[in-house]
Every structure is written in structure tokens, then in C-alpha cells.
Design a protein around this ligand. Structure first.
Ligand code: GDP
Ligand code: IMO
Ligand code: MG
Length: 420
């Protein structure tokens, strides 16, 4: 069986931390989608680590880490990441496996991403510019290159054929670039990756499951960035929901067991797109400052706002969440009142349903107000020791979404976790 850990909002819910906390109970962690647009932070022994493509089990010696077929890989960033992990206590040489079917992000994919975003002007998606969308476009368009291709004797030829298409695109965008500057690092990184096991990860994972090994499928981004169910077109280019585990790793739906859904006690979003409960005011500024809401990958300030129950309910429905996890509630300490949006008003109707045209709809969030708490939560380890006002807030959230919390995170460190 495989359990899934994923985000229920717009990413950055704390997936890296939670996977790291759960890993002692598991044998394998596998990423199933996304690529280096992700930035997953984990913290222990006073040190923070940020992972982009490597699964978040890598700092546990016993854990096998697999980059699945659904992931897109930039050899240059992956090489840097492997070197960083190796120098900070992880053992990627022993514990990292790469699917031969994972698609390759080429330097020109990054250039096309930049050109396309520049071309969109004020309508840009706010992409991380890591080449994610062009790479998935080539995958779906059946013209991409996969990690397994780097072992082919004619890899360079295959590379040139794909790049020729990209050059035409870049010319159409009138985009200036210098590919010769980028290629040496790319080919060096491609050579570097050949020392890692490049495997049929679907066989490996199914074999491990049949031997009774416990596996986590680690999601990237969040449900509201899903290509089908997110706030299209302001989304990423993969299926971030539980269903993505089946395609992204090659496991059958009936093998999926628990689904851990993570949400922040408030909301954040990086990049463009609708955000009904956004607070572009002092409250939002305070959330950003106290929550240190700056992108782990790009450093961009994250947009901030109150918890949004209609989208949370939607995410729980889409993912079949069995275990709910709330992170960053410690950030709300010191707010006199804490607001939760429990319905949308659209024109003169109250609704819990996310509208098709969410990017254009005028949504008036209906808030419920809760008394805040002033206590610092970061040292608390038992649910009973949490302030009553916090519990009232959380009880309301659990009742509204009809799902029980199984964990509360009250700080970035491994230890700062309350198990219910
Ligand atoms: P991910 O992409 O879902 O893995 O999340 P990120 O790592 O991008 O962003 C989450 C940020 O919040 C990181 O800086 C974490 O170290 C931090 N973090 C995680 N859980 C908590 C928590 O419960 N409280 C606080 N204050 N910070 C947290
Ligand atoms: P983790 O895994 C937050 C956002 C980008 C942009 C949109 C499309 O750390 O939660 P892309 O580069 O995928 O084409 O960008 O998606 N985005 C993320 N936002 N966390 C992430 O990953 C994200 N990955 C992509 O900001 O709005
Ligand atoms: Mg992140």
C-alpha cells in the first residue's frame, strides 16, 4: 500500500516538514509530479534544508527515495541539490533512485518558459521559470526527452532535434538568448546523473509494495494549482491531487491507502491568480512577516490571507483526505481576531461551490470571526495544552469540513509537532 502526503491549498503548506516527520514510519518516499518549481523545507538540529526535486525522506538513512515518472527533472538543479544534500548529512549516492520515464527539462525549456511569460505581459501566470510548463507540453505533445534517453548513444542527436523546435518557438517570441552559455553545465549534469540508478520505478515500487514495504507518495504544489481542478489558467502543469499518484508512480488506485492532506491555518499564494480571502493590508503584511512567507524556491513574497473553507472542502473532496494536518497555527499567535471564510457570496447567492470562472468572478467571502490567542504555541507538545480559543477555532474548522485532524504543526522543526 501507498500513503499520500499532499497540499490542500496553493502550495507551501509544509509538505517537506510533514514528510520528514512521517518518514521514520516508512521505508520509501517517492515524488510523483512537479519538478524544481517545488521548494520543500525541513528543519532539524537547528538546520534548515530546502529540497526541489529530491524526496523529503533523504535525510533518513533507512529511507529509499524515488523520483517517479511523473516528475520533470532539470539535471542542472538536481546535480546542485544532490551535492548540497550530500554535504549536509544525506546520502543520495545510496538512497536516491530516478525513474527512467521522468521527463527532462532542457535549458531551452527554461528559455521558452521565460519567453512565454514575458509574452503574456500583465496576464503572466507568475511561473517559477523553471521550465515546467514547456517540459510537460513536450511530454503531452509526445516530443519530450526522458531520463532514460541520456543513456542512449544518440542522445545528443535526440537533444538537437527537440532543441531545433524550441529555437523556432524562441524566434517567434523574439526572445534573445545565449544557449551556448547554458549547454556545458547541462551536459556535465547529464553525465553526473549517470552514476545514479536510473530505473523502471513502476516495477520497483510495485515490488516494494508486494514485499509489504511502506511508501509515501510526496506531492508537490497544492490542490488549487492542479492542472484540471486549480484556478485555471493560474495553475501548474501537472495533477497535484491524489489521482496524480497513480499516473506519476504507476500504482493502481486500490493500492492508495491513507491520504494526508495538509493545510496552513491561513492561506498563501505565490504568483498570479484568484485568491478570494487575500488580505492586501496590514493583516496580510503581518501574516507574511510572522509566517516568513517568502518562496523557498524563488524568494518571492507570498500573498497572504485568511483560511478559506470552500476551497478546503473542495480539496478534501478531490483528494479523499483521510488524515488532516494543520500547519503554521503558531503564526496566528498575537492576532486579536482570527477570521475564517465559510462561504462565498457571488452576486446575490451564498455558495460553497468553487465557480468555473473563479479567475473572473467577483467573490465576496463571508467570514466567521474567532477570538485570537496570545500564547506562543511553538513549545507545546500536547493537544490539551493548546489555548481554548485555538481549540474553538480548530473545532469549527474540523466540523465544517467534516474531517478530523491527525496532526498539528506548531513550528518548522521536526520536534514542533503535535500528534492527535
Ligand atoms: P512545502 O513546499 O509545502 O514543503 O512548504 P515550504 O517549505 O515551501 O514552506 C513552508 C515554510 O513554513 C517553510 O519555511 C517551513 O520551514 C515552515 N514551516 C513548516 N511548518 C511550520 C509550522 O508549523 N510553523 C511555522 N512557523 N513554520 C512552519
Ligand atoms: P511547493 O511544492 C507554491 C506556482 C507558481 C505559479 C504557478 C505555475 O513548494 O508547494 P510553474 O513554475 O509550476 O509553471 O508555476 O504555480 N507554484 C508554486 N507555488 N509552491 C509550489 O511548490 C509551487 N510550484 C509552482 O508560483 O503561480
Ligand atoms: Mg514550497
Amino acid at each position: 500500500m501507498i500513503d499520500v502526503v499532499l497540499g490542500l491549498q496553493w502550495g507551501d503548506e509544509g509538505k517537506g516538514k510533514i514528510v520528514d516527520v512521517l518518514t521514520p514510519q516508512y521505508d520509501v518516499v517517492a515524488r510523483f509530479q512537479g519538478g524544481p518549481n517545488a521548494g520543500h523545507s525541513l528543519e532539524f538540529n537547528g538546520q534548515k534544508h530546502v529540497l526541489n526535486t529530491i524526496p523529503s525522506g533523504i535525510f533518513h538513512e533507512h529511507c529509499t527515495n524515488i523520483i517517479g515518472n511523473g516528475v520533470v527533472i532539470d539535471p542542472v538543479t538536481l546535480k546542485k541539490e544532490i551535492e548540497k544534500v550530500a554535504s549536509s548529512g544525506g546520502n543520495p549516492t545510496k538512497n536516491l533512485f530516478i525513474s527512467q520515464k521522468a521527463h527532462l527539462i532542457l535549458p531551452t525549456h527554461r528559455l521558452v518558459d521565460a519567453a512565454s511569460e514575458a509574452n503574456k505581459g500583465e496576464h503572466k501566470i507568475g511561473s517559477t521559470l523553471r521550465g515546467i510548463s514547456p517540459t510537460y507540453q513536450d511530454k503531452i505533445g509526445r516530443s519530450g526527452l526522458r531520463i532514460g534517453d541520456i543513456l542512449a548513444p544518440n542522445f545528443r542527436q535526440k537533444y538537437n532535434a527537440v532543441v531545433a523546435n524550441h529555437k523556432q518557438l524562441l524566434d517567434r517570441f523574439n526572445f534573445e538568448y545565449n544557449l551556448e552559455e547554458l549547454e556545458p553545465a547541462f551536459f556535465e549534469a547529464v553525465e553526473f546523473l549517470k552514476q545514479f540508478p536510473i530505473i523502471s520505478s513502476e516495477y520497483m515500487i510495485n515490488d516494494l509494495m508486494s514485499k509489504g514495504k511502506k511508501i509515501i507518495g510526496e506531492g508537490a504544489q497544492g490542490t488549487l494549482l492542479d492542472i484540471d481542478f486549480g484556478s485555471y489558467p493560474f495553475v501548474t502543469s501537472s495533477n497535484t491531487i491524489t489521482g496524480g499518484v497513480c499516473n506519476g508512480l504507476g500504482v493502481a488506485p486500490q493500492k492508495v491507502n491513507k491520504v494526508y492532506g495538509i493545510f496552513k491555518a491561513y492561506c498563501t499564494r505565490v504568483g498570479s491568480g484568484p485568491f478570494p480571502t487575500e488580505q492586501e493590508n496590514e493583516t496580510g503584511e503581518k501574516l507574511r512577516k510572522l509566517g516568513f512567507e517568502f518562496g523557498a524556491t524563488t524568494g518571492r513574497p507570498r500573498r497572504t490571507g485568511w483560511l478559506d473553507l470552500p476551497t478546503l472542502k473542495y480539496a478534501i473532496m478531490l483528494n479523499g483526505v483521510t488524515d488532516l494536518i494543520c500547519t503554521k497555527s503558531d503564526v496566528l499567535s498575537g492576532f486579536e481576531e482570527v477570521l475564517v471564510c465559510d462561504q462565498y457570496q457571488i452576486e446575490d447567492k451564498l455558495t460553497n461551490e468553487i465557480p468555473f470562472n473563479i479567475a473572473d468572478a467577483v467573490i465576496n467571502p463571508q467570514y466567521k470571526s474567532f477570538k485570537g490567542w496570545s500564547e506562543d504555541l511553538t513549545g507545546i507538545r500536547q493537544y490539551n495544552d493548546l489555548p481554548e480559543t485555538f481549540k474553538q477555532y480548530m473545532n469549527y474548522v474540523q466540523a465544517s469540513i467534516d474531517t478530523k485532524l491527525s496532526m498539528i504543526s506548531i513550528g518548522p522543526d521536526r520536534e514542533q509537532t503535535i500528534f492527535m
